[in-house]
Ligand binder design. Structure first.
Ligand code: ADP
Ligand code: MG
Length: 280
């Protein structure tokens, strides 16, 4: 009698499919299979890329899949298209959120990058993707304020709006002149660690303001953000994101020596502070 080879149980198979979904074979699947916003899909198509890069074909199905979105630590080489990999899911999640919660406004996503130049490049790429979706992406600048209520306010500057023109001189305007600019809301804030920490600590002596609405925290160049130079600020931002459904993505070109340990211990610490059960 032939013995049957043991196979994974149904439950184990389901878990495996969730952890290792099929790769994205082309950008059309973003719409046909993963049902992202049609306008976002059009904006991606307009970039004219023919095939997804390795990091894109691996991570987009994970981040856009039906099962609950994981926290991710991704290592992929420079120039491999990580920006698109994290921006598409973040933007799509916000489009969906706007659709089901039209009255809730505020910062739903923070993207942290180690330098202003990198942050600005992310915003430029983001602007092309958010066109017509109703999602706003803003580059954090000096003088911007974060309100306590969580519907964080930032200064309304044409140059920072998704639809705005590229006014590179905005930063040089004196603060006084900007005091009367009306406040507006942004969905995605792209920032260096220091700039956000400063905004969150403004007018406070001991504690920082929180970012209670943020569901997606992206750390670009995560190895740099977690090295000793930036670590404290980066972890402060992470802990300021108090929403229980926060998902974190760490994107890096190199695997720093203790990035994995640091990530695990921070997730654990934060969950303990929030009184949550540890996730996978
Ligand atoms: P990384 O952050 O991994 O270093 P970027 O996101 O900055 O890489 O992307 C590097 C370049 O590759 C950018 O100019 C981007 O527009 C381009 N790019 C992104 N995705 C693709 C793709 N699927 N095919 C071709 N070029 C791409
Ligand atoms: Mg990059």
């Amino acid at each position: 009698k032939k013995e049957q080879a043991p196979v994974l149980s149904k439950k184990e198979q389901k878990r495996a499919r969730r952890l290792f979904p099929e790769p994205l074979i082309n950008f059309k699947e973003l719409r046909s299979k993963y049902k992202i916003s049609s306008r976002l899909a059009e904006n991606v198509a307009e970039q004219g890329f023919t095939v997804p890069t390795e990091v894109q074909l691996g991570t987009l199905p994970l981040l856009l899949g039906e099962s609950s979105e994981p926290d991710l630590l991704i290592v992929a080489p420079t120039g491999s298209g990580k920006t698109l990999s994290f921006l598409i899911p973040v933007i799509n999640k916000i489009v969906r959120h706007h659709h089901s919660n039209p009255d809730e406004h505020g910062i739903f996503s923070i993207v942290v990058a180690p330098t202003k130049e990198l942050a600005s490049q992310i915003v430029n790429e983001g602007r092309k993707l958010v066109a017509g979706t109703g999602v706003k992406i803003t580059l954090m600048k000096k003088g911007m304020r974060i309100s306590d209520s969580g519907d964080a306010d930032v200064l309304d500057e044409k140059s920072d709006e998704s639809s705005g023109s590229e006014d590179e001189n905005a930063d040089s305007k004196p603060t006084k002149e900007r005091a009367n600019i009306p406040l507006t809301k942004s969905d995605i804030l792209v920032t260096t660690p220091l700039m956000l920490v400063n905004a969150l600590s403004a007018n406070r002596t001991t504690t920082m303001a929180t970012l209670p609405l943020v569901r997606s925290l992206v750390m670009d160049e995560a190895d740099v953000l977690l090295d000793p130079l930036f670590r404290e600020q980066t972890l402060d931002i992470w802990k300021a994101c108090s929403h229980p459904d926060l998902r974190v993505g760490l994107w890096s070109a190199t695997m720093g020596s203790n990035i994995e340990d640091l990530t695990k211990s921070t997730i654990k610490e934060r969950q303990e502070e929030l009184g949550q059960k540890p996730s996978e």
